[in-house]
Design a protein around this ligand. Structure first.
Ligand SMILES: Cc1cc2nc3c(=O)[nH]c(=O)nc-3n(C[C@H](O)[C@H](O)[C@H](O)COP(=O)(O)OP(=O)(O)OC[C@H]3O[C@@H](n4cnc5c(N)ncnc54)[C@H](O)[C@@H]3O)c2cc1C
Length: 452
């Protein structure tokens, strides 16, 4: 082999790229791989603990998942849990909290009760909580502003002893650290290496960073978050997709108002999870409410620039206008978008947000919450221009020519190891390398009896 040619170069050191780096090093016979990350450390964007809700989305309380989708996410979510248990990261990177989805009012309560019956077969640990039980285990759901009990009907379905929460930045860092432990593999990590251009010359990819450094590789996987589609477009791939960056912000309290995660019933028309309350592991368990959803004309939150990158990946044309028109003509979606704009406006935003958060905690006041400055991220939602539709969830472009582009808005952090193993198989097929599937399954996919 040409000495300066890598077998695989991964672009992006968020949770997706780091998980792939780990799996390639640990479960394949690769001998030389590299990861190029734009910034000075891993996971400073969406995989940062402040950017996302830190939730292991395993499908039990996500009311927008069908049973089929829940089965899939359960399998990949379990991988994260098993990985953390294997390395002893409990209470350091992965945490247990109680969790539940609540229904409020007649129809939501019927919905949750029916869902509980349907989903219990897949998640035997699920419990149904009536008002009295909720008052005991999550009292602030029940008491209203005057200290009286909540009048409306309320029911919850959830669990008390499951791993629910992960610091995904810390997890990304462990993937990189543990990947380097395998001495059989040259696993190189290059920080401060923004990839600017990728071209294929004969069978080898030439990957150039902004400062014109060249990395050669037989295969490339682009796990660059909202920039994956940007780099795909630069190479002429995925031109039938556009991207709409939806920022998510949060409000927070200065103390733990909730004991665990509380999700609400989601309106199926809306692409994002309904407002939820979560204990934040970087804030000593203080409660974080959100995320909101707001179109932001840039691809990276809390970093300078990327406005032009936004316009380039939006690929504005008649098809994109048609997608927007179809979305906006639905009054639920229109109101949701307007309301989410309002959440960002000082004072007025807080008032409006409080009203929504009071659906979870009736006694919440203006003094209890503040806009969480520096918290939040960007979900790059894919616009399918051919079918004139906003795609929900993740997308991947496998060109079949040795380069893959992954777009992972949500729940990409939970599915990091699952997405990575899909790519490991593609990579091994393409390069004629071996994947130790048996060891992978034994380590990461068997059911874990200890947590049932
Ligand atoms: C508000 C919000 C809440 C969320 N909540 C959850 C949740 O509770 N649970 C869950 O599972 N998921 C959640 N998600 C989704 C989750 O955060 C993402 O799916 C996940 O972090 C994506 O990881 P990634 O590695 O693909 O992308 P990113 O974390 O964005 O990482 C991409 C990396 O690529 C690097 N990069 C970009 N361009 C280049 C380049 N040109 N060259 C080199 N490197 C480059 C970036 O610097 C970055 O490090 C949430 C997202 C948001 C925004």
């Amino acid at each position: 082999m040409n000495d300066d040619v890598y077998e695989v170069v991964i672009v992006g050191g968020g949770i997706s790229g780091s998980a792939l780096f780990y799996e390639l090093s640990h479960y394949t016979d690769m001998s030389k791989i590299a990861l190029l990350e734009k910034y000075e450390e891993a996971a400073t964007l969406n995989s940062n603990a402040r950017a996302n809700s830190q939730t292991i989305h395993c499908g039990d309380i996500e009311t927008n998942y069908t049973l089929e989708k829940a089965k899939k996410v359960k399998r990949t979510a379990k991988m994260v849990e098993k990985y953390c248990l294997q390395y002893g990261y409990e209470d350091e990177i992965m945490f247990k909290h109680q969790k539940m989805a609540i229904g409020i009012g007649y129809s939501e309560c019927r919905f949750i009760t029916n869902r509980y019956k349907e989903f219990k077969s897949l998640y035997p640990y699920l419990e149904l909580y009536d008002k009295a039980t909720l008052e005991e285990i999550e009292p602030n759901l029940i008491v209203d502003e005057q200290g009286n009990g909540r009048d409306e009907e309320i029911v919850g379905m959830g669990a008390k002893n499951q791993y629910t929460t992960v610091n995904f930045k810390a997890l990304s860092e462990t993937f990189l650290k543990n990947a380097k432990k395998n001495e059989q593999v040259q696993a190189d990590i290059f920080f401060n290496s923004p990839v600017d251009k990728i071209e294929k010359i004969e069978d080898i990819f030439h990957v150039y960073t902004k400062d014109k450094k060249l990395y050669k590789s037989k295969m490339v996987v682009v796990d660059a978050g909202a920039h994956s589609l940007f780099l795909a477009h630069k190479m002429g791939y995925g031109l039938h997709y556009g991207q709409l960056p939806m920022a998510g912000s949060f409000y927070k309290t200065d103390r733990a108002i909730l004991k665990g995660k509380v999700y609400m019933v989601q309106n199926p028309k809306l692409p994002f999870a309904a407002l939820h309350g979560d204990p934040d592991v970087t804030l000593d368990g203080a409660t974080r409410f959100g995320p909101t959803a707001l179109v932001l004309p840039k691809l990276e939150r809390f970093k300078s620039g990327t406005y032009m990158d936004f316009f380039k990946t939006l690929k504005l044309d008649g098809n994109v206008f048609k997608i927007f028109y179809d979305l906006l003509k639905d009054s639920d979606i229109r109101n949701y978008i307007l309301r989410n704009f309002l959440f960002e406006v000082p004072y007025l935003g807080k008032r409006a947000f409080l009203k929504d958060a009071q659906k979870i905690i009736p006694s919440l006041t203006m003094n209890d919450i503040e806009y969480a400055k520096g918290f939040g991220g960007v979900r790059g939602q894919i616009l399918d221009k051919e079918n004139q539709k906003l795609m929900l969830g993740e997308a991947s472009i496998n060109t079949g020519e040795g380069i893959i582009f992954n777009m992972t808005p949500s729940p990409g952090a939970t599915s990091c190891l699952g997405n990575a193993v899909r790519d490991v198989q593609l990579i091994c097929d393409y390069l004629g390398k071996n994947f130790d599937e048996e060891r992978f399954n034994k380590d990461l996919t068997e059911e874990d009896a200890t947590n049932e």
